[in-house]
Design a protein around this ligand. Structure first.
Ligand code: P6P
Length: 341
């Protein structure tokens, strides 16, 4: 699918302010929130790129809320985002994969009408082998905009369709920021020589159907029958040449979804007999990525329901996810729904 590569020389700040002009009732507070967030992403782009030289690698002796040993870069990324975002007066509360509890805005700082939830460094298991990792974020309005006090957990547990904006940074061969505030998906590439994110692709549209599926096949023996039947279907050659599909799996959600967004196909992390809700976290991984995929014309499902309509019940809850080209997601849903399990 030819990507709409733009010739315009536009920084993300200019782009956000132009989008802001589309919402005259907006106060500019949202634009300033995104400006602060891109500062944090610039810092993380620098630090991830230099991670090997900064001796920021290696394990800490800590584990996070999920019992996973936390790499020092995870903690650093979490701290950078919190410190960049907690004093701007735009947020009433934050939540992070790396923080067990809510992140309250310190008393000395004013509280705003937005909520930020994020995964500071997705794909941490790939940090040491220089495989792409990323930051995922999502912005909501607080439930009661008349309040000027700190937010609460309900502000962070809104269904994904209420997201005001979402996106991710991918720290790979270059650092790219993929972002949507509900007006389509735009891609910005970081130019470290000038310290700016420059608009690279405008209003990306995902292909209706792809030829790539992305899943950890090592879990196949634990999948529900419908998912096993679907993958077996993808691998059976068809007369029209549309099958077999190719398997591509990085093991960093940001990288696998980024490829799916550009090339089409499907990314999956299904539930299985060991993980009945899958592995990926609904609030700060699955919902923001589902928002991006839908804004690009794709679909995102938990196998039976639209991801963005799920009502989160806890900060760190997990959700099965099937996201990507609409024809591919519909096909896996049909296999799941017609399976006896
Ligand atoms: P598995 C990385 O640890 C992560 O949270 C996601 O970025 C990625 O999609 C998934 O887990 C990979 O999990 O079980 O395939 O290693």
């Amino acid at each position: 699918m030819p990507l709409v590569k733009t010739s315009k020389l536009i920084t993300i700040e200019r782009h956000i302010s132009e989008e802001h002009a589309l919402h005259p009732q907006a106060t500019g507070e949202f634009s300033r929130l995104l400006r602060d967030l891109t500062l944090a992403l610039r810092i993380l782009a620098r630090d991830v790129r230099r991670a090997g030289l900064n001796d920021v690698l290696g394990l800490t002796d800590e584990t996070n809320v999920h019992g996973e040993r936390v790499k020092r870069l995870d903690i650093h990324a979490n701290d950078v985002i919190i410190r960049a975002m907690d004093h701007g007066g735009h947020l009433c509360v934050m939540a992070s994969e790396e923080s067990d509890a809510l992140i309250q805005i310190p008393d000395e700082y004013s509280k705003g009408k937005y909520v930020l939830v994020f995964d500071p460094l997705d794909g941490s298991s790939n940090i040491d082998v220089n495989v792409s990792i990323g930051t995922i974020f999502s912005v909501y309005r607080r439930l009661d905009p008349t309040l000027t006090t700190g937010g609460n957990v309900e502000d962070c547990l809104q269904p994904g369709y209420k997201q005001v904006a979402a996106g991710y940074a991918m720290y790979g061969s270059s650092t790219q920021l993929v972002y949507s505030s509900g007006n389509g998906v735009d891609v910005f590439t970081f130019d470290p020589t000038i310290g700016e994110f420059l608009l690279t692709f405008e209003k990306i549209r995902i292909p209706r159907k792809g030829k790539i599926y992305s899943v950890n096949s090592g879990n196949a023996y634990k999948w529900h029958q419908g998912v096993r039947d679907y993958v077996a279907h993808l691998l059976r050659p068809s007369d029209d040449g549309l099958r077999p599909y190719s398997l591509r799996y990085v093991g960093t959600m940001v990288a696998d979804v980024h490829r799916t967004l550009h090339y089409g196909g499907i990314f999956m992390y299904p539930a299985d007999s060991m993980l009945p809700s899958g592995k990926l976290r609904l609030v700060y991984e699955v919902n923001p990525m589902a928002f991006i995929i839908e804004q690009a014309g794709g679909m995102a499902s938990n196998g039976t329901q639209r991801i963005l309509e799920l009502e989160p019940e806890s900060l760190h809850q997990r959700s099965p996810c099937f996201m990507g080209s609409p024809d591919d997601v519909r096909e896996v849903e049909s296999f799941i729904n017609s399976s006896p399990e």
